[in-house]
Design a protein around this ligand. Structure first.
Ligand code: SF4
Ligand code: SF4
Length: 468
């Protein structure tokens, strides 16, 4: 019998399921898109760190006051019962993501995702301390030394300070930032504030400083389901294989490279060196690509040096790359845009007509009605008045539905901003005016200082079973 002598190569046998991470040293690049990215990063970071310091009507402009269960957003106060708007907001955010992904791929990932923005900030600090890519690689390969220790310690100290500032700002959205600052300066931070400052700082340091591209590659679900939103007309960042291949080095002013079967790619690998996720865009569309456009800027710079036309790597569509007709404005986009506009208008409208006073009328369950010696019928109620406005209010109450219906005693309804007051009251009416066993009546509450702040609630007035 013939023996099977097939040999398995040693490297295949030794291949493990776990691949150790290779540190990525993205090379710095200056170009049109990288400037746009810096601008968007500065605006978004400025908003994040600046917004908690804005004041509006004597309140922090944006404050999610969880203990008081009140959310202040630029002069508007939202309450737990307004959580429907949070649902609208989340649906709106999802639709914006769908729309922009269908239009221009992972634009969000490259230019607006907090993971990208903070990673860029951490990379900037790393370059500030360690220098650009070649210096960083050299430093990491150096043996241990005091110089290396000093540089690395300085970098991590800077990262930790920045992460702590980020954590402190995050908590400033939930706890008034001026009071929070005083508490920090006086070492009087509460337990939960300390926990969240440290937790968010640690998350920032770990995600943006240490894990970086691994968050996008292994942890972010968006990278995985984005392909469901892509089609052949979606704008993507792609390498023009037809134009670039065969790749190969050549002299700068060599005009006859095409005769040698070479394309425009000089195989300099700069597009790979600038990539924050360490991929080679020339291998085609990959889920690790966060559409940061760094490879476009890098390759354009190379093309300029070689005096070739720009755009070997560019924003394009799969159809265009294949030489087919492409249509960026397609029905799917109009559907997303239509839903987006309708949702946006609906949310703004429903917020604008939202009542800033709420009223519950609760009938006394102990008695159906009372009959007095004077021939009057009385019903007892309890009013729950919720003031959702930023100001305290006093209210006028009117009751309609039965002729001659009146309060037994005058009542004073005053409710502080954000509070609920409970007001007991007794209504009386002559028995001969009560025509039915149950009559629908209306309670209307109107703020004394603002007639537009009004609400009407329905209730029942009960009379005797047999009316005489
Ligand atoms: S930067 Fe451009 S020329 Fe250089 S390897 Fe990348 S695609 Fe080729
Ligand atoms: S392939 Fe290009 S666009 Fe994609 S992540 Fe890398 S550098 Fe950014």
């Amino acid at each position: 019998m013939k023996k099977n002598t097939t040999k398995i190569p040693l490297e295949e046998v030794q291949q493990g399921l776990y691949a150790k991470r290779k540190k990525i040293y993205p090379r710095i690049i200056l170009g049109y898109f990288s400037r746009l990215k810096v601008l968007s990063g500065l605006i978004l970071l400025g908003m994040y760190y600046g917004i908690p310091w804005l004041q509006w009507n004597g309140h922090q402009a944006v404050l999610f006051d969880l203990p008081a269960r009140k959310f202040y957003i630029f002069g508007m106060t939202f309450w737990p019962q307004d959580f429907i708007y949070l649902t609208f907001l989340l649906i709106l955010a999802a639709m914006i993501l769908f729309f922009f992904t269908a239009l221009a791929g992972r634009l969000w990932c490259g230019f607006a995702c907090p993971q990208t923005i903070w990673t860029d900030a951490f990379l900037w600090m790393e370059r500030l301390i360690e220098g650009d890519r070649p210096k960083q690689i050299k430093l990491d390969n150096e043996p241990k030394s005091f110089r290396k220790f000093r540089i690395k310690t300085t970098k991590h100290a800077l990262w930790i300070i920045f992460a702590l500032f980020t954590g402190y700002t995050f908590v400033g959205y939930f706890s008034p930032i001026h009071e929070l600052t005083d508490s920090i300066l006086n070492w009087q931070l509460s337990g939960w504030e300390t926990f969240w400052v440290l937790f968010y700082s640690l998350a920032t340091y770990a995600f943006a400083g240490r894990l970086r591209e691994q968050v996008c590659t292994y942890m972010c679900p968006y990278a995985r389901f984005q392909s469901a939103m892509f089609d052949n007309n979606t704008m993507i960042i792609a390498y023009d294989e037809k134009r670039g291949e065969s790749r190969g080095s050549r002299k700068k002013n060599q005009d006859n490279y095409k005769d040698q079967g070479l394309g425009d790619c000089i195989d300099c690998s700069i597009c790979v060196q600038v990539c924050p996720t360490g991929i080679d865009i020339r291998d085609g569309l990959q889920y690790q690509c966060i559409s940061c456009s760094a490879c476009i800027d890098a390759c354009d710079e190379v093309m300029d040096k070689m005096a070739y036309p720009r755009g070997l790597i560019r924003y394009t569509t799969e159809n265009k790359l294949k030489g087919k007709n492409t249509s960026i404005l397609r029905p799917r986009l109009f559907v997303y845009a239509g839903i987006l506009i309708a949702l946006f208008i609906g949310t703004i409208y429903s917020i604008s007509i939202r009542s800033l006073v709420e009223l519950d009328v609760i009938r006394d369950r102990q008695s159906l009605y009372l009959k007095t010696d004077a021939g009057m019928i009385e019903n007892i109620y309890s009013l729950r008045v919720m003031n959702l406005d930023n100001k305290d209010h006093a209210y006028n109450l009117t009751i309609t539905g039965i002729e001659g219906l009146a309060l037994v005693q005058k009542i004073d309804i005053k409710t502080k901003s954000g509070e609920i007051s409970t007001v007991p009251l007794r209504l009386t009416v002559a028995q001969n005016k009560v025509q039915k066993r149950t009559t629908t009546i209306h309670f209307t509450l109107t703020a004394k200082d603002n007639s537009e702040l009004t609400i009407t609630e329905e209730a029942r007035f009960l009379g005797p079973l047999r009316l005489r």
